[in-house]
Design a protein around this ligand. Structure first.
Ligand code: DX5
Ligand code: ZN
Length: 221
């Protein structure tokens, strides 16, 4: 298990003041920015693309940007996010015809590569490519929307994923995404996760009374 990191998903941020939202959540202790890209094709929702990532870099965000591609096909957007300043790029194996090639595209572009597994996608999908990953993202909801509930059956999957990663002896992060909050994060960490995405449980709970609006919620994590 790598040192724990919290990656707030800006999918639940206030887009009209996105730069400020990202500054605030980082100032309150977030470790990186999780960037959910949805195309209304691979998932039934539409979010934002590389221009927004680029805009955050221009605005002055220097923190690591963790791009989660929920798009198909993936290769053109991998290239665009490499240009836009992404540090980590994760895609869903079902969305690429040539998984190994897409992973290599990310690595050759200087970012770290991850694969995201939907709740019903088996861990065996990682056979033959695990050694290329810097991160394994176990989806704990079906991708497409913030604010859904953690699927309990994912607890066992996380334990199996942990064992699989440990067997490689490599520092591969185990990221969880979907329905993570201050109440369930402890149990999820015990199951083996070390990198925690959270959207609605952070951004929807901001305290407008606080000068730093995310301090109390980030402390609870
Ligand atoms: C879902 C996204 C998540 C989502 C998490 O498709 O990948 O990152 O924003 O949101 P919460 O924390 O609200 O479940
Ligand atoms: Zn995500």
């Amino acid at each position: 298990q790598q040192p724990f990191r919290i990656a707030p998903s800006i999918l639940s941020a206030d887009f009209a003041r996105l730069g400020q939202e990202v500054d605030d959540v980082l100032a309150s202790g977030a470790d990186m920015v999780h960037f959910d890209v949805m195309d209304n094709h691979y998932v039934p929702n539409l979010s934002f693309g590389p221009a927004v990532c680029h805009a955050l870099r221009n605005y002055g965000v220097t923190a690591e940007i963790d791009v989660h591609l929920m798009v198909s096909p993936v290769d053109d957007l991998i290239r665009a996010f490499l240009d836009a300043g992404a540090n980590h790029i994760t895609f869903h194996p079902e969305a690429s015809l040539h998984i190994d090639r897409s992973l290599q595209l990310i690595i050759d572009g200087g970012a770290t590569a991850g694969l995201a597994l939907n709740p019903a996608t088996p861990l065996s999908t990682l056979d033959h490519v695990l050694d290329k990953l810097s991160m394994l993202l176990v989806m704990t909801v079906n991708p497409g929307f913030g604010g859904q509930s953690f699927i309990p059956a994912m607890m066992d999957k996380l334990r199996l994923a942990r064992a699989m990663i440990d067997a490689t002896g490599k520092p591969i992060r185990l990221e969880v995404d979907g329905g993570i909050n201050a109440d369930n994060i402890g149990e999820i960490a015990t199951a083996g996760a070390d990198t925690f995405v959270s959207g609605s449980s952070i951004f929807a709970k901001r305290n407008e009374q606080d000068p730093n609006r995310y301090d109390s919620i980030m402390r609870a994590f």
